[in-house]
Write a new protein. Structure first.
Length: 184
């Protein structure tokens, strides 16, 4: 296993330009359990609700407690991070990996999403730049659109703003909130 996180590896020297709370969240030696609050909105159509249910994504709510746990590891020479997200009583997880040919990938079961990662205005933006089912690439024009931003707020907290839309369907979900390290 490497001594650098996926985010440190992908961002290189620009990782050191991030606010301290983002560096803490995304470094290997940072806290692995974070807690905070979020608000969630989402599309109300049958397809949007079904997709949220299928992946275990949370339902719309004004305010809910959020827990995020990150486990780092390596398998067959590939570093990964397993993210467990709990919004109230709804839990979902994904696995992030920095693979040799594909770059930064986030997997939800058999679906893999190649994520662009860049520093912007003292935060991190993360658009979907490719996707696949298992090893099979899928057309980008059919990919979910992710408008994801992580930044530090005026209180020094880790902030997230994640909006995911589907072609033709529209908004799947939009969750935003804050996290602080949870004492172990």
């Amino acid at each position: 296993m490497t001594d650098r996180s996926i985010y440190q590896t992908k961002l290189g020297a620009t990782f050191d330009q991030l606010p301290a709370i983002l560096q803490n969240f995304h470094s290997l030696d940072g806290p692995k359990h974070w807690r905070g609050k979020a608000s969630i909105s989402g599309g109300q159509g049958i397809i949007a609700r079904s997709v949220r249910w299928l992946f275990g994504f949370p339902a719309p709510t004004d305010e809910v407690q959020v827990d995020v746990k990150i486990v780092n590891g390596a398998k067959s020479g590939v570093s990964f991070e397993r993210w467990q997200r709990v919004f109230g009583n709804k839990s979902f997880h994904s696995v992030l990996s920095h693979e040799k040919n594909d770059g930064f990938i986030e997997r939800f079961g058999i679906l893999g999403f190649e994520i662009g990662l860049d520093v912007h205005d003292q935060g991190i933006i993360m658009p979907v730049i490719g996707w696949k089912i298992g090893p099979i690439p899928l057309p980008l024009c059919l990919a979910p659109k992710s408008e994801t931003l992580e930044f530090q707020d005026n209180q020094g907290r880790f902030r997230f703003d994640v909006k995911v839309s589907l072609p033709i369907i529209g908004l799947l979900m939009h969750y935003q909130g804050w996290l602080e390290p949870e004492a172990e």
